[in-house]
Design a protein around this ligand. Structure first.
Ligand SMILES: Nc1ncnc2c1ncn2[C@@H]1O[C@H](COP(=O)(O)OP(=O)(O)OP(=O)(O)O)[C@@H](O)[C@H]1O
Length: 324
C-alpha cells in the first residue's frame, strides 16, 4: 500500500485522477456516481467555433452504446474532440452526460462502439493501458477529495502513490499546481476547511499536477474532463472556476500559439447545466438526447438554434419533445 493510501481509507473503489488509477473511499465513489445529458453539421460546428478542423482528433467516439441493466443510456453516440477545443456536453438530466464523460476518460467501457484516442482504439479501461498516448484528468462534481488527507496530500496523491519522486520535489509540484489555480498556501489545510469553490479548484490542481519534471517536449498532452464544475457555486465563484478552465487551456484563443504554451491542457470537455459556464468557458456544444448526439454548435448558435429539443432546453419550457 502506498504512501498516502493507508491514510486515505481502506474502503476502496477504483477511480482516476489525472489519468492514473488511484483509490477513493466508497463514500467518494458514491458522490462521484451521483454527480451525474446530429442534426448539425459537425465540421461546420467545429469551424464556426474557431477550431481548426484539421487539428488532430484527440478523442473520437464512434457509435457508442451503453446500458445499465435494461436502461439504454447511450444508443449510438458519435462525436470528435479536436486539439484546442473547449467543448460542453449538455442535455437533460439522466441523458448520459456523465456516462459519456466516464467512457471518454476510460473509467467505463462501452457495450458497443469504439473509443479512439489519437487514432488508436482504446481496448479496455484507462487502467489497462500500458502505453497511454494521452493524459486524461478528471474533475468530479463532488471534487472527490480525501477528507483524511491534507489539501497538499490530495493534490500530490498520484505522485506519492505512483512515482518515485522525492518528497521535496513532490511538495514543489504541489505548490506549483496550487498556485496555478490560485490556492497558494492551503497545502496544510484539510478539505473540510475549504469552501465549495476552493474544493473544486483543489480537485483541478490535482488533475493538472505535472508528472514529468524533465521539461520533456514529448510529455503527453492532457485533456481535462470536468463534471459539472460550477454546480452549487455562487455566480462569482463560478466565474473564477470558468476563467480558470480557460486559463489552463493551451487551446485558448487568446494564446499566441499552441506551440508557445505547449504542456498545459490541450482540450477540455465539460458537462454542465449552467448557462454561465456554457457562455464563458465553452466554444462548442454537444447536445445529448435519448442516447444520441442530436445537435452540435457554438454557444452563440445555441441561443438561436431552431431545433425543438435544443429550444425547449434553452428556454426551460415544459412544452416540447423533452418529457419528464
Ligand atoms: N453505474 C451505474 N449503474 C446503474 N445506472 C447508472 C450508472 N451510472 C449511470 N446510471 C444511470 O444512467 C443514466 C444516465 O446517467 P448519467 O449520470 O450519465 O446522466 P446525466 O445526463 O449526467 O444526468 P444529470 O444531468 O442528472 O447529472 C441515469 O438513469 C443513471 O441512473
Amino acid at each position: 500500500m502506498g504512501r498516502m493510501l493507508r491514510r486515505a481509507g481502506r474502503c476502496v473503489a477504483h477511480c482516476t485522477d489525472g489519468g492514473r488509477w488511484s483509490t477513493v473511499r466508497r463514500g467518494e465513489r458514491k458522490a462521484s456516481r451521483i454527480a451525474r445529458g446530429a442534426i448539425g453539421d459537425l465540421t461546420e460546428a467545429v469551424k464556426s467555433a474557431g477550431i481548426d478542423d484539421q487539428a488532430e482528433v484527440l478523442i473520437e467516439l464512434k457509435n457508442v452504446k451503453k446500458s445499465f441493466g435494461k436502461k439504454v443510456v447511450l444508443d449510438g453516440a458519435s462525436f470528435k474532440i479536436r486539439r484546442g477545443e473547449a467543448v460542453g456536453i449538455i442535455g437533460s438530466s439522466g441523458t448520459g452526460k456523465s456516462t459519456v464523460l466516464r467512457i471518454m476518460a476510460g473509467l467505463l467501457q462501452p457495450d458497443e462502439g469504439e473509443v479512439i484516442i489519437r487514432g488508436r482504439p482504446r481496448v479496455g479501461l484507462l487502467s489497462d493501458e500500458k502505453d497511454p498516448n494521452l493524459k486524461v484528468g478528471m474533475v468530479f462534481q463532488s471534487a472527490a477529495l480525501f477528507d483524511s488527507l491534507t489539501v497538499g496530500e490530495n493534490v500530490g496523491f498520484k505522485l506519492y502513490e505512483h512515482s518515485d519522486l522525492p518528497e521535496d520535489v513532490i511538495k514543489g509540484l504541489i505548490k506549483e499546481s496550487l498556485a496555478q489555480v490560485g490556492l497558494s498556501g492551503v497545502e496544510d489545510r484539510y478539505p473540510a476547511q475549504l469552501s465549495g469553490g476552493m474544493k473544486k479548484r483543489a480537485a483541478l490542481a490535482r488533475a493538472i499536477i505535472k508528472e514529468d519534471i524533465s521539461d520533456n517536449d514529448d510529455a503527453l498532452e492532457e485533456v481535462v474532463m470536468y463534471d459539472e464544475p460550477t454546480a452549487g457555486l455562487d455566480p462569482v465563484a463560478s466565474t473564477v472556476v470558468e476563467d480558470l478552465m480557460r486559463n489552463l487551456h493551451t487551446g485558448n484563443k487568446t494564446a499566441a500559439s499552441y506551440e508557445e504554451k505547449k504542456g498545459g491542457v490541450a482540450s477540455y470537455i465539460v458537462v454542465t447545466h449552467q448557462h454561465s459556464t456554457i457562455r464563458r468557458a465553452v466554444d462548442r456544444l454537444i447536445f445529448l438526447h435519448a442516447g444520441k448526439v442530436v445537435w452540435e454548435g457554438t454557444s452563440e448558435e445555441f441561443d438561436t438554434c431552431e431545433e425543438p429539443i435544443v429550444r425547449q432546453f434553452a428556454t426551460g419550457s415544459l412544452q416540447g419533445p423533452i418529457v419528464y
